[in-house]
Design a protein around this ligand. Structure first.
Ligand code: ZN
Length: 78
């Protein structure tokens, strides 16, 4: 794998959608190339921030639903 290929597939790696030979050669290159190691860490951070924002945006609705459906005496409130 070379640097150009790493930048093409780095988000497969951060999404855990990389396996087999691709994953092996990706890790091999990242372990010997500081530039791609940095690129990979940056991509991981971006994905982590993105996921956190998504969770924060959807949590209130899902939490509310879970509370509503788990209330044992919901009918008495209606
Ligand atoms: Zn590289």
């Amino acid at each position: 794998m070379d640097c150009r290929k790493v930048s093409e597939v780095v988000f497969l790696y951060t999404d855990n959608e990389m396996d087999g030979e691709l994953l092996v050669s990706f890790r091999e290159h990242v372990s010997i190339c500081p530039e791609c190691a940095r690129r990979t860490r940056y991509a991981e951070r971006l994905v982590a921030i993105f996921r956190q924002r998504c969770i924060r945006a959807t949590a209130p609705d899902r939490l509310r639903q879970r509370i509503l459906t788990s209330l044992p005496h919901r009918r008495s409130f209606e």
